[in-house]
Design a protein around this ligand. Structure first.
Ligand code: GUN
Ligand code: ZN
Length: 440
């Protein structure tokens, strides 16, 4: 092994496709596996036995015999300025925005504050095993610049954008179509495709953008190849009714975005709970994605996503926390709430499918699977080391787990950031839990 190489020996799980649990396909699991990394990229993955038989010296590995090593989690929709308003009491979407979210986002006009909060936000992502995310910053361009600065220094694969909003919010939080065009262009030219950074156009949602501003978003989307677009869609019943008043000539909510050219394979619409059949078909026809935000949908009381309906239509669905509407940064917690939302609709979420969605599935939905999502050779080595038994309850439950699937189901349903012992970005240790055991 050369000096640029590192090797990790642990239980290892990753996905190669949508898992088919009954056929045992779409995933690879090693009870005792070795992941070799060279210059931040995956070089090799195999069982310790095969590696040793091929002449590899296992004593070079950092050894975590009881840990589960997995690709880092990917969060397809989250708000960096909302860490401090997480679990704000008692309101549904529109009142929650006015009462808690907008006042807090005003603080991000200060660059220094925005920088500190970006550092803290990324520390919390890493503590939760999240290595990539698609992020709403705030309306203030300097807060977006600060976010990219921090994410770039940490070398994380991130998509983010300045929120565009020019109406129906407090005066101090509004931009104008012209201002958002100028500021977005400057941010795109400074950050898009720099290192692991990608720019995501971010009109907050149709109610807070004028038709002129949505037209600017459409123009920018056409002007710069490879940009992403993120916004909210059909989250809450009152919101949908408001769209009818604000855009009386649109066929429905999605049609507003469609009219301005905002649909496509790089477009991610958060929520999509209350969609009509035409909207579902149109999302599918354009390859546009839906970000499923279970803890948020329950916490702000928005509704239950019929995931099966969207999947059957062929819409790419990704998993997201939507903090601060969501109540946890943990993708494991998020999967547990997704499972319950599906249960009450007589649908289900197999643990292999859930963990696939949080890794390779989200990478695919976000068109990032050429870079991240699993341990294919040459992919970027972002990964987590999970402790399956961080507390008494999980120790008790895991002691009776009688299959890999049962072990993973207990992890998915009971797990959270307490299970994340270490997080690595391109092979480098980026987070370590204080009480985590040393490698042997
Ligand atoms: N719709 C418009 N803005 C927001 C937001 O910040 N959070 C959520 N959950 N929905 C929104
Ligand atoms: Zn959101």
């Amino acid at each position: 092994m050369t000096s640029n190489c590192k090797a990790f020996r642990a239980r290892i799980l990753h996905f190669t496709d949508i898992p088919d649990p009954s056929a045992g396909q779409g995933f690879e699991y090693y009870d005792d596996g070795v992941l070799v990394i060279e210059q931040g990229l995956v070089k090799q993955l195999d069982s310790a036995k095969n590696m040793a038989a091929g002449g590899f010296d296992l004593s070079q590995c950092e050894h975590f015999p009881d840990h589960l090593l997995m690709p880092g989690f990917i969060d397809s929709h989250i708000h960096s300025p909302q860490t401090d308003v997480i679990v704000s009491y008692g309101e549904q979407l529109l009142d929650w925005l006015n009462k808690f979210t907008f006042p807090n986002e005003l603080k991000f006009s200060c660059r220094e504050f925005a920088s500190q909060k970006a550092e803290e936000f990324i520390d919390i992502l890493l503590e939760n095993g999240t290595t990539s995310a698609m992020v709403f910053t705030s309306v203030f361009a300097q807060s977006t610049d600060a976010f990219f600065d921090v994410a770039n220094k940490r070398n994380m694969r991130m998509m983010a954008g300045k929120v565009m909003m020019d109406r129906n919010a407090p005066e101090g939080l509004l931009d104008t179509p012209k201002q958002s065009e100028t500021e977005c262009r400057a941010l795109i030219e400074k950050w898009h495709k720099v290192g692991r950074m990608r720019y995501a156009l971010t009109p907050r949602f149709a109610p807070t953008s004028s038709p002129e501003q949505l037209a600017v978003a459409g123009q920018l989307y056409r002007d710069y190849p490879g940009l992403y677009l993120q916004t909210h869609l059909s989250e809450n019943i009152q919101e949908v009714a408001w769209i009818k008043e604000l855009f009386p000539s649109a066929k429905d909510y999605l049609d507003v975005y469609d009219h301005y050219g905002l649909l496509g394979t790089r477009s991610v619409f958060a929520h999509g709970i209350h969609l009509n059949d035409r909207e579902v078909q149109r999302l599918a026809d354009t390859g546009s994605g839906i970000a499923f935000c279970p803890t948020s949908n329950l916490f702000i009381g928005s509704g239950l996503l019929n995931m099966q309906r969207l999947e059957d239509a062929g819409i790419p669905i990704s998993m997201a926390t939507d903090v601060g509407g969501g109540t946890s940064f943990s993708l494991l917690r998020t999967l547990a709430e997704a499972y319950k939302i599906l249960q009450v609709q007589q649908q289900t979420l197999h643990p292999l499918k859930g963990l696939y969605m949080a890794t390779l599935g989200n990478a695919r939905s976000l068109m990032l699977d050429g870079y991240i999502g699993n341990f294919e050779t040459h992919k970027e080595a972002d990964f987590v080391l999970l402790n399956l038994t961080p507390n008494r309850l999980q120790r008790a439950r895991q002691a009776v787990a009688n299959s890999l699937e049962d072990t993973l189901f207990a992890l998915m349903m009971l797990g959270d950031e307490m299970n994340v012992d270490r997080t690595y970005i391109m092979g480098k240790l980026a987070y370590q839990r204080h009480n985590s055991e040393q490698g042997e």
